[in-house]
Design a protein around this ligand. Structure first.
Ligand code: ITT
Length: 200
């Protein structure tokens, strides 16, 4: 069985590879298919964007595809950057995004810096768009005033997990997967997706 993760984000790809390591699945990512076109994320929700990526790539490659659309929802910013998290500061650039987030929250005290990391996963099989599987996962946290830690990617150094008193970037990859939006989404899916893969 082969599953393609429809992502060009190396951080996401690494986490999925680790989480699927125990499965007897061949996991590929878009790095294995360099000629695919860029899929424009024109949807208005995480689900619409994940569906766009999953359905399109499944159709082109004729393989089952998993797409992840995720983002950071900051309460003090009325849910921004949300679905625009990748291009919050213009082109996708993690350092610029984090700098912009810190700037937008400057002067906002710790108790008002709550945020939620969200992931919607859509699994698609070729030519069966009505049979897409959709799951979601979240983790709640607080946006730090100063980045902490070097692991992970994206907004991880700014996202404090209060129960652990560590940022996501201070966790090992395995520790992050245990609490993260992406790990939680995958756990929601664990029971159903193998049946789904084998169903005609
Ligand atoms: P693909 O569409 O190719 O999967 P992308 O990075 O554009 O890659 P999204 O559209 O889902 O993915 O954008 C998600 C944004 O949120 C992007 O800026 C990521 O860096 C960030 N992000 C997602 N998951 C994250 C995580 O676990 N930790 C930190 N930042 C994360």
């Amino acid at each position: 069985n082969t599953v393609v993760i429809a992502t060009r984000n190396a951080g996401k790809a690494r986490e999925f590879q680790a989480m699927f390591a125990a499965d007897r699945l061949r996991v590929k990512t878009l790095k294995d298919f360099p000629d695919l076109p860029e899929i424009e994320e024109t949807g208005k929700t995480f689900e619409e964007n994940a569906r766009l990526k999953a359905d399109k790539i499944a159709q082109i490659l004729n393989l089952p595809v998993l797409a992840d659309d995720s983002g950071l929802q900051v309460a003090a910013l009325h849910g921004r950057p949300g679905i625009y998290s990748a291009r919050y500061a213009g082109d996708h650039n993690d350092a610029a995004n984090n700098a912009k987030l810190l700037f937008e929250l400057s002067g906002v005290p710790q108790e008002k810096r709550n945020a939620t990391f969200h992931t919607t996963l859509v699994f698609a099989k070729p030519n069966q768009p009505t049979k897409d599987l959709v799951v979601e996962g979240e983790v709640k946290g607080v946006i730090l005033g100063i980045p902490r830690g070097d692991n992970g990617f994206g907004y991880d150094p700014l996202f404090l997990v209060p129960a652990l008193n560590k940022s996501l970037a201070e966790l090992t990859e395995a520790e992050k997967n245990q609490v993260s939006h992406r790990g939680n989404a995958l756990r929601h899916l664990e029971k159903v997706w193998r049946d789904w893969l084998n169903q005609k």
